[in-house]
Design a protein around this ligand. Sequence first.
Ligand code: PMP
Length: 355
Amino acid sequence: MTHNFGAGPCILPQEVFKQASQAVLEFNGTGLSILEISHRTPEFEAVVDETVRLVKELLNVPEGYSVVLLQGGASLQFAMVPMNLLAEGETAAYLNTGVWATKALKEAKIFGNVNVVASSKDDNFTFIPKDFEIPSDSAYFHYTSNNTIYGTELMTVPETSVPVVCDMSSDIFSRVIDVSQFSLIYAGAQKNMGPAGLTLAIVKDEILGKIDRKIPSMLDYKVQIDGGSMYNTPPVFAIYVSMLNLRWLKSKGGVAEIEKENISKSEALYKEIDRNPLFKGTCSIEDRSRMNVCFVMENPELEKPFLKFAEDRDIIGIKGHRSVGGFRASMYNALPITSVHTLIDAMQEFAEKHR
Ligand code: PMP
């Protein structure tokens, strides 16, 4: 068995792969592959409906919000958010906690003013800034809930009276959230939702239609919502696999249950990092992410040998992002706790050898 700690696209449940591969051969008794059916068939419309329903159910999305399936990745949302919500001359507040947040605020500057309320850039984003002010006349406040590259995560929503927009690409569906605290949530699917090619947005309806900029149809939330996520041809297969994955999550007991597993997995690995004299964590302890665990070795010369040692045990995807170095173990929903224990065992064995 390969232990896939990759940061994304990432591990999905084996049963999802099996069901998805079956549908490539024949989808739902149609005699056709999922890859050759029209997105306008009742069979596929049922897939979109179920996917949206599962998102609403699993995240407990309240009335007054629309769930919409888009393309272009989270990166297109960096632009779509200000295009739809930030009028020229207005200012949006951004918290800068990493590369993705930086890219998001760069796009916002095309459409209006950006106020970076706090940043941990000078410390290579090793912590989440606290005690910042969000001016009450901001058009919205944007933050990244989980910083995939640095391994930091905001578990609570910063206090503010302005609409909150959140990039949840790498921790959505990993823990219970209160959607009513947000005006807009978006996420590239390719972590805990499904394969790459699909982007999820959860939009509070009342925030739309407030600015008079002309917006291209494809980039207009209202057009996409009114089109039922089918304004144009949607990413049929990515939606289908996401539906299977959300069904799997529901069968596991939903987000509250998977959150317990995610807590156990991350606690076990952080405990080893803190205990093992060869390793150390890279970010401030109170901001540690459950999804992406970043660590380095006290002696950097041992990093290459440890990577090889891990690979020999079928542990893959743990090389850290180039801007942090060392290691990053991404532990998304589908990663079994047995894989985490295999990594911990490897760290212990390696430490025994290098005492
Ligand atoms: N935001 C976060 C938090 C991410 O982790 C990523 C990608 N890993 C992105 C945005 C960019 O997503 P995409 O590649 O879907 O544009």
